[in-house]
Ligand binder design. Structure first.
Ligand code: CDP
Length: 237
């Protein structure tokens, strides 16, 4: 298991918890953040916030309205009128529940394109903080440990090799009946990571105090166990 505890909070019995009861999980596309966050939240009885789904909702809303990231005025009015909220873990976009529609490759790309824009990030920032602070919460995304909850007591940076991530994404897509090939899926996640890591605002990067978990050689259960051990130690669960 490649897990580097970069600061000793989890092992320190005298840890004084400060900050929100938030576990921040960041990492590149397809590393398994969604599955790990879901399983971790249910095992420690935290709620879960999938912030990628919020960005996907904006991407989907913009695709449906045929608005591009460069459409200044049209984009502002779209952002003003798009209503994104959560019911449990379901995304409600303009009153309609969206589940499968959020996970297509087109929506992934649009989410990443719109996520480069300050106006989009600003629209979602308060919503994320409000939900994350409402109950103990596992929050996954790209900038959770760096921007949204920089004082989260536990931060995890979950990654895996590009090949392993492409395999997982392919399996997720084929489970939903979406036909995709390995090379284009791999190219898509690499392009999206590059854009997410190089954007000016809130780029994907590992927070200096985040625990690194490399899931390349680990099963989902092993990753969840590693995260759960950290969570139980940090939050005295
Ligand atoms: O599931 P996957 O890792 O492929 O993506 P996701 O977590 O659903 O996120 C979709 C896109 O939303 C990412 O590629 C990012 O561009 C953007 N995003 C972001 O900018 N900040 C976040 N906190 C979460 C997602």
């Amino acid at each position: 298991m490649t897990e580097t505890a970069h600061h000793n909070q989890a092992n320190d019995p005298h840890t004084h918890l400060i900050g929100p009861r938030v576990i921040a999980i960041d990492g590149p596309a397809g590393a398994g953040k969604s599955s790990v966050s879901k399983a971790l939240a249910s095992s420690i009885d935290f709620i879960r916030l999938d912030t990628g789904a919020l960005y996907r909702a904006i991407g989907l809303g913009a695709l449906r309205a045929s608005v591009a990231p460069s459409d200044g005025d049209e984009l502002s009015s779209l952002l003003g009128s798009l209503e994104v909220r959560l019911e449990g873990t379901d995304i409600i976009l303009n009153g309609q529940r969206e589940i499968e529609s959020l996970r297509s490759p087109e929506v992934s790309r649009a989410a990443s394109d719109f996520a480069t824009l300050p106006s989009v990030r600003a629209k979602l920032l308060e919503l994320q903080r409000e939900i994350g602070l409402s109950s103990p919460c596992v929050v996954d995304g790209r900038d959770i440990g760096t921007v949204v909850f920089p004082d989260a007591p536990l931060k995890i940076y979950l990654t895996a090799s590009a090949d392993a991530r492409a395999e997982r994404r392919l399996a997720e897509l084929s489970g939903k009946g979406v036909i995709a090939d390995f090379e284009s899926t791999r190219a898509e996640i690499i392009a999206r990571d590059e854009q997410d890591m190089s954007r000016e605002i809130a780029p994907l990067k590992r927070a200096s105090d985040a625990h690194l978990v490399d899931a390349t050689e680990l099963t989902l259960d092993e990753v969840v166990e590693a995260c759960e051990r950290l969570a139980r130690a940090v939050f005295n669960l």
